[in-house]
Write a protein that binds this ligand. Structure first.
Ligand SMILES: NC(=O)c1ccc[n+]([C@@H]2O[C@H](COP(=O)([O-])OP(=O)(O)OC[C@H]3O[C@@H](n4cnc5c(N)ncnc54)[C@H](OP(=O)(O)O)[C@@H]3O)[C@@H](O)[C@H]2O)c1
Length: 333
């Protein structure tokens, strides 16, 4: 290998994120390729995703409840993290000297465990959390969708404690989290009503929804039907009509809670048999292993809408931000 080739191989491409704002703040650049520490692996990224959360972080449109902690974490005046992105799939190119659970060449998928940053070509990752071998029946592109959609869906579906035969309505079912949640609820034996925009409804029926509702045409809270569980992924439900659309002992799961939902949820708990539940999904190895098992058993599949490259990252974020996304948008690295 000549000197130029060696120099080239020490650099990697990355989408810089130095300011909060419109997609104009995203710039493709080059930095030194990282070296794994003793307890890390170096992953050659084959695919990552653009999620609604990535766009919300870039523009810093964060729910008021989490605004301050997230701002303190990401950077008060400007982002401290080098790039955006929360999930990836790729191949292990190097392992630190203490790593025994993975080897060079392993195909893996990984979340960032809150340490955002996957719009790049190489990523160092600790092996103690949020990394697992890629399911054998998924491509890198499909596997890259598991950490956000899959982990959030499994966390909130476990919270819902669904019993076979119960009814669940998933509001915002056509996105990253919802498309996994529909399949999980179905595999738990629930009767699933999926709510989203019209052009996503066929996809929702194809992944197992029993009924679909176009939220632009009909308000599910005004249809005279009640549910055991209502999971509001989109964070758009109105509190009183939603709680009224629950059966006795019904659970209202809110993945995007406001202070209003939290306080009114306490009142609902004290005065009725209904429950309002929320939380933040973690990225444990156990949950990733459960997801891998469900995928390999054919219970879950990834819904992929469009593919972009790192060069097209602005177009990818604009597509997601405009609300066009159905399932997941992939960035092929
Ligand atoms: N608590 C947590 O741990 C956690 C973790 C990750 C993400 N989140 C949050 O959860 C939210 C959803 O994430 P995601 O990645 O699944 O987003 P996503 O892929 O954009 O999916 C959201 C879906 O909701 C639909 N939608 C929008 N307005 C709606 C309405 N009024 N009624 C019904 N459906 C509506 C959207 O469709 P159209 O816009 O096309 O109409 C889209 O299909 C994000 O805000 C994210 O920040 C929470």
């Amino acid at each position: 290998m000549n000197t130029l080739a060696i120099m080239k191989s020490t650099k990697m491409r990355i989408v810089h994120f130095n300011r909060y704002g419109s997609t104009d703040v995203l710039e493709l650049g080059e930095v030194e390729k990282p070296m794994p520490k003793d307890d890390e692996v170096l992953i050659k990224v084959r695919a990552t995703t653009v999620t609604a959360g990535d766009c919300e972080l870039r523009a810093f449109k964060i729910t008021p409840l989490f605004w301050l902690p997230v701002r303190l974490y990401i950077g008060v005046f400007r982002p401290r993290i080098p790039t955006l992105g929360q999930e990836l799939a790729g191949e292990i190119e190097a392992v630190g000297k203490d790593v025994t659970s993975f080897k060079v060449g392993d195909a893996v998928f990984a979340g960032t465990g809150g340490k955002i940053g996957t719009y790049l070509e190489y990523k160092c990752q600790k092996v103690t959390h949020s990394i697992a071998l890629k399911p054998t029946n998924m491509s890198f592109e499909e596997a890259a969708t598991i950490p956000t959609g899959g982990l959030n869906a499994i966390y909130f579906m476990e919270m819902a404690n669904i019993k076979p035969g119960e009814s669940i309505l998933i509001n915002g079912a056509g996105g990253s989290i919802g498309s996994y949640a529909v399949q999980m609820a179905k595999s738990l034996g629930a009767v699933v009503t999926a709510v989203d925009t019209g052009r996503k409804l066929d996809m929702l029926l194809s992944i197992g929804a029993d009924k679909v509702i176009d939220y632009k045409q009909q308000d599910f809270t005004q249809m005279g039907i009640t549910y055991d569980v209502i999971f509001d992924v989109a964070g758009k439900c109105k509190y009183t009509p939603t709680v009224n659309a629950l059966k006795e002992k019904g659970r209202y799961i809110q993945s995007n809670p406001s202070l209003e939902v939290i306080f009114r949820g306490l009142w609902t708990k004290w005065t009725s048999s209904k429950r309002v539940l929320t939380g933040l999904a973690g990225e444990s190895l156990e949950q990733l292993a459960k997801l891998k098992e469900m995928i390999e058993a054919g219970k879950l599949k990834a819904v992929i809408d469009k593919r972009f490259t790192l060069d097209d990252i602005v177009a990818a974020q604009q597509y997601v931000e405009a609300g066009h996304k159905s399932g997941n948008v992939i960035v092929v690295v």
